[in-house]
Design a protein around this ligand. Structure first.
Ligand code: GTR
Length: 318
């Protein structure tokens, strides 16, 4: 009887041992990818080797729009994307990408590390996802290869690549530029072939992709601080025991802390690299007209009472 019970337990454990596939668009050494690996080590360790995470970086599983659809369907287990992409599906994610919402990186971290961040992560299940953690992503700024951008007049008419996100398109359109939605992996070719005049992103993405070699003007517009988010497919989550879910959640949160230090270093290093390569960095920008031009986005977003409330709560965090 005892032997039978033991065998059954072993069989059940083996049946639940799994390799989880994680998608990330960034390159092998990018902080988000390192964080996913770190999380995988923690999980293997804490489950006694039962569970593993295999990280597919550099868009090996596809671009964010597609991998999100696959994660939702359960074909990919874990996915690290920018909130602007998942915002097409989950409205609260678009709130986090709103222009000039966060006053500073510290403000953003306080919101995401606190009760608001937790509530947001806990609200994904109706959409087929489970929210595990936020990762830092700094601020996004506009870069181009035509001329230095200091004012709205300089932006007018530029063809700027944006993520495949309606909100990001609207943001750039409201500044008077022409948004071109392209997947991340096509931006470099877009710059080289002059399909686009520029794009917008944080320092590490601008540099690790090589965009800085083809867009010599980087203007610190810092128009959005859309963070990164790590989600798990609801289907994969349902296969985990209560104990394993706790392990996954804890490992994800620790990976967020681990990532922060790597992020800060890379941000600084990337800026220096761009500067060293001769990129003109425009810092003297009056952001007030930018904010005013984008105000309509708030009017639209606040028509949804849940979004309006979330925006207000975020603004109130000191
Ligand atoms: C990066 C982000 C990626 C991707 C990319 C983009 O900052 O880390 O997940 O969204 O921007 O612009 O496509």
């Amino acid at each position: 009887m005892f032997v039978v019970a033991l065998c059954l337990t072993a069989a059940a454990t083996a049946a639940h041992a799994r390799e989880f596939r994680a998608a990330d668009t960034q390159n092998e050494d990018y902080p988000t990818v390192q964080a996913l690996r770190f999380m995988g080590h923690l999980i293997s360790e804490r489950t006694g080797g039962r569970h593993h995470i295999k990280v597919f970086h550099s868009r090996q599983l596809g671009e964010e729009k597609e991998t999100l659809a696959q994660t939702r369907a359960g074909a990919i287990d874990l996915n690290r994307t920018n909130v602007a992409l998942i915002g097409n599906v989950i409205p609260s994610m678009n709130v986090l990408a709103m222009p000039f919402l966060f006053r500073s990186i510290e403000h953003m971290q306080k919101v995401l590390d606190g009760p608001i961040g937790k509530e947001i992560l806990d609200s994904f299940e109706p959409y087929g996802f489970v929210g595990l953690a936020f990762y830092d992503s700094g601020a996004r700024s506009i870069y181009n290869n035509v001329h230095p951008v200091r004012s709205l007049a300089d932006i007018r008419g530029l063809r700027l690549r944006v993520q495949q996100s309606e909100l990001m398109s609207e943001m750039i359109r409201s500044l008077g530029a022409e948004p071109v939605e392209l997947p991340y992996g096509q931006v470099l070719t877009g710059l080289v072939t002059k399909l686009i005049d520029g794009a917008e992103n944080n320092w590490p993405s601008f540099v690790t992709t090589g965009h800085y070699k083809h867009a010599g003007y980087y203007s610190l517009t810092e128009h959005t601080m859309s963070p990164e988010v790590l989600v798990m497919s609801h289907k994969a989550w349902m296969m985990l025991s209560a104990e394993d879910r706790k392990i996954f959640r804890e490992a994800a949160l620790r990976s967020g802390q681990f990532m922060r230090e790597k992020w800060r270093d890379l941000e600084e290093q990337s800026r220096k690299q761009a500067e060293g390569a001769g990129v003109v960095i425009v810092t003297d920008i009056d952001r007030k007209p930018f904010e005013a031009a984008m105000a309509g986005l708030y009017v639209k977003a606040q028509r949804d009472p849940a979004a309006a409330q979330l925006i207000e709560r975020i603004r109130k965090v000191e």
